[in-house]
Design a protein around this ligand. Structure first.
Ligand SMILES: NC(=O)c1ccc[n+]([C@@H]2O[C@H](COP(=O)([O-])OP(=O)(O)OC[C@H]3O[C@@H](n4cnc5c(N)ncnc54)[C@H](OP(=O)(O)O)[C@@H]3O)[C@@H](O)[C@H]2O)c1
Length: 334
């Protein structure tokens, strides 16, 4: 990367409204407005990036667009009071990569208020192995705990879509905190991988897609981090134990669900939404601090693959088909 130009993945919309992608080198004056300019080291691949690269979900308003909802790197220029050139920073969310140019780029310009400093104990690369997926997993763990989950409960915490990015990090963090973890996955071949991350029980996707027999099922789970949504979410609620909580994180399996109110009225369960995009700064700092301390880095390294910018279109297709395991870091300078 030169001081005047940067290379990025650029999305363009054709007259037929089809979105195409190419690797382009652009001059710095194409960068969007913002008070901090960052030389990006790494980005990462999330489910939402898969949608954006494939032009799905109407998440991008204007083209040409640089996608990438996460990045980390080193501050080059700053007019923000909290950041100076040379600072190592992370960005996740705030709709960067959707309505603001994102991190699949060697250089990014954003609002300093959106950044967090790299927490002590994590390398830049590890911060992107975590990325939005891992940050969201920690927000979900925090939410379950704030609603009363504790490791002495004895029952398993269910993680659906366990072999995906959010799921893998949720399994590793929960297991490290002493929870028993049941991994809900449609890929039996990932069982050894999930066992290494700390899962002690497996539930097949087919089983989780079966509607419970009545409005209240057995009290199977102390809580749940749900990355799948749709019918699976509706099916899980009647199997949550007294006072347990479900963190609704994802929609990899759909957005609509039906269920019934009895688990809420007769077992006091909770259903909580997680929005990593607009998470307030103090909670962000808490989540990143906890990730640096409570996510075992050997497990993070074991679930992480690395790829160059040029491989993103292929990986974007795979993540939408549920074929990506764990986390993928993108080396934007490779
Ligand atoms: N709320 C937030 O702030 C937030 C933040 C990040 C992500 N998300 C959402 O959370 C979800 C997971 O994100 P991710 O980055 O972890 O994606 P990912 O790596 O693709 O993981 C999703 C996992 O869900 C399972 N899955 C995929 N398609 C499915 C289907 N049709 N039916 C049932 N299960 C299916 C697969 O797990 P198995 O192979 O193990 O079955 C897959 O690995 C996505 O919906 C994403 O949009 C939300």
């Amino acid at each position: 990367m030169s001081a005047e130009e940067f290379t990025c993945l650029l999305l363009e919309e054709g007259e037929d409204r089809k979105v195409s992608h190419s690797i382009q080198t652009l001059s710095n004056d194409r960068l969007p407005e913002g008070d901090v300019t960052v030389a990006v080291n790494y980005s990462t691949l999330n489910y939402k990036d898969g949608m954006i690269i494939n032009g799905l979900g109407r998440l991008v308003r204007e083209y040409p667009h640089v996608p990438g909802i996460d990045f980390c790197g080193v501050v080059e220029e700053s007019a923000h009071a909290d950041y100076n050139p040379g600072d190592e920073v992370i960005l996740t969310g705030w709709r960067v990569g959707e309505i603001h140019w994102g991190g699949f780029s060697q250089r990014a310009r954003v609002k300093g208020d959106w950044l967090v400093p790299l927490p002590k104990g994590l390398s830049l690369k590890q911060s992107m192995a975590i990325g939005t997926a891992g940050f969201t997993a920690m927000l979900a763990v925090m939410t379950l705990e704030e609603h009363g989950l504790s490791a002495d409960n004895g029952k398993e915490v269910l993680v659906t879509g366990a072999a995906g990015g959010v799921g893998s990090i949720a399994v590793a963090v929960l297991a490290n905190l002493g929870y028993k973890v049941a991994a809900g996955t449609g890929r039996a071949e990932t069982h050894p991988y999930l066992t290494d991350l700390g899962a002690t029980m497996f539930v097949g996707r087919d089983e989780l897609m079966e509607a419970p027999k009545g409005p209240l099922g057995s009290e199977l789970w102390a809580g749940c981090i749900d990355n799948v949504g749709g019918a699976m979410l509706g099916n899980v609620l009647p199997n949550i134990a007294y006072w347990g909580t479900v963190a609704s994180v994802g929609n990899a399996g759909g957005i609509e669900f039906t269920s019934n109110v009895l688990p809420f009225l007769l077992r006091g369960i909770n259903l909580c939404g997680i929005d990593s995009n607009t998470c307030p700064k103090l909670r962000r700092l808490e989540a990143w601090g906890r990730l640096a301390e409570q996510l075992p880095l050997d497990k993070l390294d074991a679930m992480t693959n690395e790829a160059p910018l040029a491989q993103l279109p292929e990986l974007a297709g795979k993540i939408l088909q549920g074929q990506v395991r764990g986390r993928t870091v993108i080396d934007v300078n490779a």
